[in-house]
Structures are given as structure tokens and as C-alpha cells.
Design a protein around this ligand. Structure first.
Ligand code: S3P
Length: 175
């Protein structure tokens, strides 16, 4: 059995909602990397971006991932960009089962129109601009997201199925 599960996917794909449900289902600890980042830094991710820039955020995000990857029996919701370099996705795959929650750009766009606040990459984008950004960013990121051990249809797979999918994933064989 895997010592931990990572949920990856684009902003708005449901990582937090599914992560909380799954952690409760498995009776494991729930770790939300974005929340942990904000509480450790004492500021919001948007404030961090505007003060220190995205590049520094990415460095700190990697350091945080390296730390959370040692927590046993944990369901970890990552930020949308966390797995998007080879170093980070490899840490996750070596230390747990990685689940990509796949949602179409059309649905992400509908969901994110109402949930842009607190997400610095989206805050200044509206309508068509937001849809184009999502489509392009998702295309760039899929090479990383698709390295996950499990890919789910984030619009149709019931939350209660995630536990079964994880229990069926042969962690000892994939690592
Ligand atoms: C980001 C996603 C955010 C957060 C930051 C950057 C991204 O997390 O980490 O704003 O690059 O996609 P969510 O996916 O939880 O919104």
C-alpha cells in the first residue's frame, strides 16, 4: 500500500474537495500545499507573487514539496503548478501514488470565472482571455500531469471511487 497520495491537476480541477473527501475516507492526514504555504509564509499566495515573483514562489514550492513528501499516511493536494517540472513530478512518483484529476478546459473555464480571486495567474484575465490562457497552460502542463499513475475524469468519477482506485494501484510494483 502507498504511504501517501498526491492529487495533481489544473487550478479548479477539484484537488482540495476530493483531497478532503479521500483523506476522510482513508482516515489519513490531509495536507493542502497552498494552505500550508500561506500559513508558513504568513501571507496569501497572491501577496507572495506580487512581492517576490513567480520564480521565487516556484523555488519555495519545491522546498515545501520536499518536506511534505516525508509525511506518512497523507493525502496531499498540490498547487496546479507543483508537478510541472521533472524534479517535482519524480519526487511525487517516488514517494507516493500520483492522481491526475483531468477536467476539460471548457469546464475549467466555467469554474474559474467565479474562482479567480486568490489565484495570481488568473486575477487580471477576463472572458475569452481566461479561456485562452487555460487552454494554452493546460496544453503545456499535460506532459507533466500525464505522468501520473492514475488519471481520472474529474467531471464524472464519484469521490467515493478514488479510494478504490488507490487501493488497486500496485505502489510496490511501480516504485
Ligand atoms: C497555481 C495554482 C494555485 C497556486 C498558485 C499557482 C498554478 O493552486 O499554487 O496560485 O500555477 O497553477 P490551485 O491549483 O490550488 O489553485
Amino acid at each position: 500500500m502507498t504511504p501517501r497520495v498526491y492529487l495533481i491537476g489544473f487550478m479548479g480541477s477539484g484537488k482540495t474537495t476530493i483531497g478532503k473527501f479521500l483523506a476522510h475516507d482513508l482516515k489519513w492526514q490531509y495536507v493542502d500545499m497552498d494552505h500550508l504555504f500561506e500559513s508558513e509564509k504568513g501571507c496569501s499566495i497572491s501577496q507572495y507573487f506580487s512581492e517576490y515573483g513567480e520564480e521565487n514562489f516556484r523555488k519555495e514550492e519545491t522546498l515545501l514539496l520536499e518536506r511534505v513528501s516525508t509525511i506518512p499516511n497523507a493525502v496531499i493536494s498540490t498547487g496546479g503548478g507543483t508537478p510541472c517540472n521533472q524534479h517535482n513530478i519524480e519526487i511525487m512518483k517516488k514517494t507516493g501514488v500520483v492522481v491526475y484529476i483531468n477536467v476539460t478546459p471548457e469546464n475549467l473555464s466555467i469554474r474559474l470565472q467565479k474562482a479567480k480571486n486568490g489565484r495570481p495567474l488568473l486575477e487580471n484575465k477576463t472572458g475569452e482571455e481566461l479561456t485562452t490562457f487555460i487552454r494554452e497552460k493546460l496544453t503545456q502542463r499535460e506532459e507533466f500531469y500525464r505522468q501520473a499513475n492514475i488519471i481520472t475524469d474529474g467531471e464524472n468519477v464519484p469521490f467515493s471511487t478514488y479510494r478504490t482506485l488507490i487501493e488497486l494501484c500496485p505502489y510496490d510494483e511501480i516504485n
